[in-house]
Design a protein around this ligand. Sequence first.
Ligand code: OGA
Ligand code: MN
Length: 218
Amino acid sequence: MIPITPAGPEASPVEQLVAGLAGDGYAAIPGFLPPVLVRALRREALLRDRRGEFVEAAIGGPGERHRDTTVRGDRTCWLTGTAGPQRRLLTLLEDLRVQINRELFLGLFDLEAHFALYPPGGFYRRHLDAFQGNNARVVSMVLYLNSGWTPDDGGQLRLWPAPHARLPVLDVAPRAGTLVCFLSERIPHEVLPAHADRLSIACWFRRNQPELPLASLT
Ligand code: OGA
Ligand code: MN
């Protein structure tokens, strides 16, 4: 077997991301998004929130979705790709999807993405984004839109190296421009309580999944 060489400090952000996914199954890349795009996305998210377009987040798969504020306390708004900054982001992520497929043959087919706003006290308990066999999510990505975030603001994203691991491997501060990506079926993660408004975009590259029988959607 050929060992995967970790990407060195010279590696481009995309090379770091690909090496992380192929190796340990995760990568965190500060400064992935240009500051102008971060600011534009942030403005748009806050505007949509003021207009009441965010809804209290739910948990569970098709047919079992429900709210549970003991598990997560954020509110979310799906990206539709219509407005300028969203469009730019989705174009960038589409390029990324093609590059990951070219390098890793993951068969990534499409993307879903939402803004998430955690108010002070908000958290999201340890979870996996996909369960083997019943979910199309393959790669999870989270982008952060919080400028001036300090350690006192909390809200780190904590990652574990494998589904049943007890010791975490990484805490990432949700600072403006940082991208975290990981394999959806392999890496459990948690959002620690935030002490200030915490804004992120969570996205998932999905595999093409055959239509579910209608009965399983009800
Ligand atoms: C999620 C999630 C992490 C974050 O929405 O599934 O894990 O840092 N989000 O916002
Ligand atoms: Mn998650």
